[in-house]
Design a protein. Structure first.
Length: 66
């Protein structure tokens, strides 16, 4: 891991070698399914705080403790 690589193995412990972590992340990202039209339609009208002038800044730790 110090050189930025990980050992790739299957669940049955078959070794597939080592790969760089960023390469694995890119490969996994490529395997994700595209969002469906229904997903997009469902979330296109979701409530957004910025549409109503609400602050989108993170709450500070002091405000959370109140």
């Amino acid at each position: 891991m110090a050189d930025g690589t990980v050992d790739i193995r299957t669940r049955d412990n078959k070794r597939h070698g080592t790969k760089k972590v960023n390469v694995i992340a890119d490969e996994m990202d490529a395997l994700k399914c595209e969002k469906s039209a229904m997903f997009t339609k469902f979330y296109e009208n979701v409530w957004k705080a910025e549409d109503y002038g609400a602050a989108t800044e993170e709450i500070s730790a002091t405000e959370e403790s109140k």
